[in-house]
Design a binder for this molecule. Structure first.
Ligand code: C2E
Ligand code: CA
Ligand code: CA
Ligand code: CA
Length: 275
C-alpha cells in the first residue's frame, strides 16, 4: 500500500508538473494570439420566443491554437485575466464583433436592423478606464445603433469590488444595453439589482437544464416572474429540448438561446442558416 501511495504521489506530481508547464506555454502563446490572428468569434443565435425569428447573436470567443486546435474560452479567459491580457483581448472582441455586425448590416439590408449583437466582458475590463470611450469609438466607426449592442456581465462579477457602477452607468447612458449573465447563480441580493442599470437578465442554463425537476421548475418560475415584474427583458440560456422550449414559452421568457436552435457557429454559417 505504501508503494502504491508513493507511486500515486509521483503520478500526481508529474501530472501537476505537466499542468504547470502547459499553463506556462499557454500563457506564452496567448500573448501572441491576437497578432497571429488566432482568435476567432463564433456566434450563437438568440430567438424571439413568440415567432421564432432571429432576435440577435451572442459572440463567443475561441482560440485557434496552431497545435492544440480550437481552444474554448473556459481554458484561456481566466489565464488572460491573470496575466493582464484581458483588456487587449476584450477590446479585440468588441472591435471584431462590431465590425462583423456592420458587415452584416451592409450585406443584408433586407434584414433591416432587427437583430442585436451581444458581447461578453470580464469584470476585470471594468478597470480599463478607457473602455467606455473605446466602445463609443467602435459604435461610431462602424456606425452601429448603440441600442443594438448588448454587453454581458456575469452575476458573480457583481460581488467583486471591480464593478464600477460609474462605468456601467456611462455605458447605459450611451444607449448600449446591459445584460446580467448567469442570472440566479451568483449571490447578489435581489434588492441591490436595481442599483445597476441592467436591461436584460439572462437566466442561467442550470435552471433550464434541470427543468424536469419540480423544485427547479418552481425556481425558474419565481426567477422569471421576478424579472418581468421588475421590467427586465429575459433570455433563457441552454435550451436544448422541446420540453424546455415549451416551458420557457409558457413562462413568457422573451428570448431563447441554446443547442435546440443552434450551437455557436462561425459568422458565415450564421449567414447561411439564419439570414
Ligand atoms: P456564457 O457567456 O454563459 O456563454 C454560454 C456558454 O454556454 C457558451 O459556452 C455556449 O457554447 C454554451 N451553450 C450555449 N447553448 C448551450 C446549450 O444548449 N447547452 C449547453 N450545455 N451549453 C450551451 P462557451 O462558448 O464555451 O463559453 C463559455 C464562457 O466563456 C461564456 O459563458 C463566457 O462566460 C466566456 N466567454 C466566451 N466568450 C467570451 C469573451 O469574448 N469574453 C469574455 N470575457 N468571456 C467570454
Ligand atoms: Ca454570455
Ligand atoms: Ca451564461
Ligand atoms: Ca432599474
Amino acid at each position: 500500500a505504501k508503494e502504491n501511495g508513493r507511486n500515486q504521489v509521483q503520478y500526481y506530481s508529474r501530472d501537476f508538473h505537466e499542468k504547470i508547464e502547459s499553463r506556462i506555454n499557454l500563457e506564452r502563446d496567448l500573448k501572441n494570439a491576437i497578432q497571429n490572428n488566432e482568435l476567432v468569434l463564433y456566434y450563437q443565435p438568440q430567438i424571439n420566443t413568440n415567432d421564432h425569428s432571429l432576435a440577435g447573436v451572442e459572440a463567443l470567443i475561441r482560440w485557434n491554437h496552431p497545435q492544440l486546435g480550437l481552444v474554448p474560452p473556459d481554458q484561456f479567459i481566466s489565464i488572460a485575466e491573470e496575466c493582464d491580457l484581458i483588456n487587449s483581448i476584450g477590446r479585440w472582441v468588441l472591435d471584431s464583433a462590431c465590425e462583423q455586425f456592420s458587415t452584416w448590416v451592409r450585406s443584408y439590408p433586407d434584414m433591416d436592423i432587427v437583430f442585436s449583437i451581444a458581447v461578453n466582458i470580464s469584470a476585470k475590463q471594468l478597470r480599463d478606464k478607457g473602455l467606455v470611450e473605446y466602445l463609443q469609438q467602435c459604435i461610431d466607426n462602424y456606425n452601429i445603433p448603440a441600442s443594438r449592442l448588448e454587453i454581458e456581465l456575469t452575476e458573480s462579477s457583481l460581488e467583486s469590488s471591480l464593478v464600477a457602477l460609474d462605468m456601467l452607468n456611462a455605458l447605459s447612458a450611451s444607449g448600449i444595453k446591459l445584460a446580467l449573465d448567469d442570472f440566479g447563480t451568483g449571490y447578489s441580493s435581489l434588492s441591490h439589482l436595481d442599483d445597476f442599470p441592467f436591461d436584460i437578465l439572462k437566466i442561467d442554463k442550470k435552471f433550464i437544464m434541470s427543468i424536469e425537476r419540480e423544485e427547479q421548475a418552481k425556481l425558474l418560475k419565481a426567477v422569471t416572474n421576478f424579472a418581468h415584474s421588475m421590467d427586465y427583458e429575459t433570455v433563457a440560456e441552454g435550451v436544448e429540448t422541446e420540453l424546455q422550449l415549451e416551458i420557457c414559452k409558457k413562462l413568457g421568457i422573451n428570448r431563447l438561446q441554446g443547442f435546440y436552435f443552434s450551437k455557436p457557429i462561425p459568422a458565415n454559417e450564421i449567414e447561411k442558416a439564419w439570414f
